[in-house]
Design a protein around this ligand. Sequence first.
Ligand code: ATP
Ligand code: MG
Length: 454
Amino acid sequence: MSKKIILPDYVIDFMNTIRASGHQIYLVGGAVRDILMERKTSNWDFATSATPEQILSLFPKAFYHNPFGTVSIPMTHDQQEQIFEVTPFRIDGNYQDHRHPDQVVWGSSLEEDVVRRDFTINAMATDGQDIVDMVGGAHDLKKGIIRCVGKPQDRFQEDALRMLRAVRQASQLCFTIEDETKRAIREHAPLLKEISSERVRDELLKILGSEYPAEGILLMRETRLLDVVLPEVMECFGVEQKSPGRHHVDDVGTHLVKSLRFCTDPDPVTRLATLLHDIGKAKTVAVDPATGTITFYNHEVVGARQAMEIAQRLCLSKKQQHKLVTLVRYHMFSVSESQTDKALRRFISHVGIEYLDAILALRHADRRGSGVPDTSWRTELFKKRLEEVQKQPFTIHDLAIKGPDIMAFFSLPPSPTVGKIMKHLFRLVDDEQVPNTKDDLMRVLKTLDSASFQ
Ligand code: ATP
Ligand code: MG
């Protein structure tokens, strides 16, 4: 007996509408996989014997404008809009009259849909009850295996992105890549150079954002895809950093991957920054002749430059580029309790309030990735102080007294003198010589001669 599947009612209703007008319809690809795994799905792809025009006539909101005949139908369920995509079977001449029974359609058209898909787990279909599994997808799904449909060598030559998709799906689902498929990736990895940066970027960010990003990067290393996508990280494996009195036990590459494993921020850009934070070390490594210690002076500056090259190469958005480079550039921040508030404010203005949580997540990951405990009292104190200093003035406008107070006090008209006195007060507060309260600042005013500010 074939395996059964249970689809949501609104999907069954949709399929029934098409069937009621005499057409066949199958749910295909990722959705079948997701439902069998009891995962939430966002891929509602269907294959049908109906023509695009016939589908358009059944659903008033449907639209299509692509050469494959894929019709998109917006569906609202639980107040969320999803797009159902319906693509006609590619029926060859003989079958276009639709007079042939199901068997024929299964034998040719649905099979065509199945064999063009990348992996067996993505190549199952269902009519709403039974699973149509022509390539052993259910077996591989149960065993947790990513395996190409057909000969891996051919499939990767047809579309080299599939190699990165294999790693991506393995990291999302915690699956292993079947041996022959993996060997073929290793053989064909350089073909990934032919693929557009945007497609590579999308898959890489999905790997980083997945449940097992570190395992994904290790798979990329093993299959040599990392050589193509992030050679800068590849270079870090084997760069030793063990020195007397230093906490590091791993080489730089291993430390980067371990850090990524501990990154608690789900944003793929923070995770990419975590993976890249020490890449500058491969270029700056040196041995201090006096002590024999390994040094990496300015690796964060060199690393930030490399991160910018990577960001541009991967066509990250301007905002993503800025975040990535900022996190790499400032990841060496000090959490020492002896820092002044002014130093903390400088740190905040370098990193930007928006990225504070991300850089703290990077620090946490960096620590865990070096084998030291989760956090330290210093880091906790630092976080508290970051909150505190954000309540203190950053600009002249945050001073507890304003221009009119100064004008009133010195009986001055609006003039540059007022601005100069404000600046003077700001410097005193910023240098922590005077607290930012109205009383304290008025006391300072009493000691000033306004004429000296003209
Ligand atoms: P996700 O859940 O992240 O959307 P997905 O497996 O559904 O993952 P999509 O990119 O949405 O991936 O593709 C939908 C389906 O189309 C896949 O399940 C697969 O069957 C097929 N597919 C996508 N890209 C390729 C490709 N490059 N070669 C062959 N088949 C592909
Ligand atoms: Mg999808």
